[in-house]
Design a protein around this ligand. Structure first.
Ligand SMILES: Cc1ncc(C[n+]2csc(CCOP(=O)(O)OP(=O)(O)O)c2C)c(N)n1
Length: 308
């Protein structure tokens, strides 16, 4: 979680310096969801994310140097510099992206789950998406087919309360219990405190186990909060929420909650945290240096990987 936090703080700096271009959405405040959830997976399970994907990719174990190089648009990046912030892919870790069309990756996740089932594999597909994707047709069509065909996919809705500047209660009819949107399809659903990494790991662990053994989808809502603006182009709270609301949410910063818990349960000392902070600083420093020293993709590679 600390790596994701510090990595993204540097990402913001690099964006401001013009080293990173295009759209860029930070995950700061939501780290416990990706870290807790991915920790409950096996290495051969599959992961899908939307455009706020740096945290999921790093949690899956991708090399921070290659993630930062991708954000810089360099040839050494995870996608050879052609994907950028919203389209990270690391096939070796079965991290299949990184998608910018809201709700558009849910059918893809179901497709991979179908392939797993068709081949008789035991893998699970973990699909992260925001609550803003829930009202989309793609989401409901996917839930229907996933239930109908008994696909091994865990739909993990990261409810950070806002889709850009629109609060969930203005966008989703069943907003007070978002997971109930899956009830119409007979999909079992649950909810977890997305600021508590241990609670997320426990809830996802149980859900994944159930998906794997019963070969049925599951819908989990993780209640979380985005501390910064929707993207690098937006101020932290804009006109749609107050600074007081953001400050209140920061009292439940997932890093702070875990730190307090670990200290009180004597699972770690202040010195341990200092050491981890130094290690993470080093990793992030090296990631930026690597990205900055890497070449841009050659013009001759322009059409490589393009399907026509
Ligand atoms: C199909 C589609 N419609 C609209 C947009 C513009 N858009 C980009 S992000 C976003 C909000 C999505 O919110 P949510 O899914 O809750 O994710 P969050 O940003 O909260 O992580 C919208 C409407 C888009 N990318 N795709």
């Amino acid at each position: 979680m600390l790596l994701i936090r510090r990595f993204e703080e540097r990402t913001a700096e690099m964006y401001a310096l013009g080293k990173i271009g295009g759209f860029c959405h930070l995950y700061i405040g939501e780290e416990a969801v990706a870290v807790g959830a991915v920790d409950a997976l096996q290495p051969d399970d599959y992961v899908f994310s939307a455009y706020r994907d740096h945290g999921h990719c790093l949690a899956r174990g991708s090399d921070p140097k290659r993630v930062m190089a991708e954000l810089f648009g360099r040839a050494t990046g995870l996608c050879k510099g052609k994907g950028g912030s919203m389209h990270l892919v690391d096939a070796a870790r079965r991290f299949l992206g990184g998608y910018a069309i809201v709700g558009g990756h849910l059918p893809l996740a179901a497709g991979v789950a179908f392939a797993v089932k068709y081949r008789g594999g035991g893998q699970v597909v973990l699909c992260f998406f925001g609550e803003g994707a829930v009202p989309s047709g793609a989401c409901h069509e996917t839930l229907n087919l996933a239930a109908l065909w008994g696909l091994p996919v865990l739909f993990l809705c990261e409810n950070n309360r806002y889709g850009m500047g629109t609060p969930v209660e203005r966008a989703v009819a069943l907003y007070s219990d978002v997971a109930q949107n899956a009830a119409a399809y007979g999909i079992e659903a649950g909810r977890v405190d997305g600021m508590d990494v241990v609670a997320v790991r426990d809830a996802v662990g149980k859900a994944v186990e159930q998906v794997r053994t019963r070969q049925r989808p599951y819908f989990l809502e993780a209640v979380t909060y985005r501390f910064l603006g929707h993207s690098m182009a937006d101020p932290a709270h804009g006109h749609y929420r107050t600074k007081a609301e953001v400050d209140e949410a920061k009292k439940r910063d997932p890093l702070l909650l875990l730190r307090t818990r670990m200290l009180s349960e004597r699972l770690a000392t202040e010195d341990d945290f200092k050491r981890i902070e130094q290690e993470v600083a080093q990793v992030v420093r090296e990631a930026v240096e690597f990205a900055d020293a890497s070449p841009v993709p050659p013009v001759t590679a322009l059409e490589d990987g393009v399907y026509i």
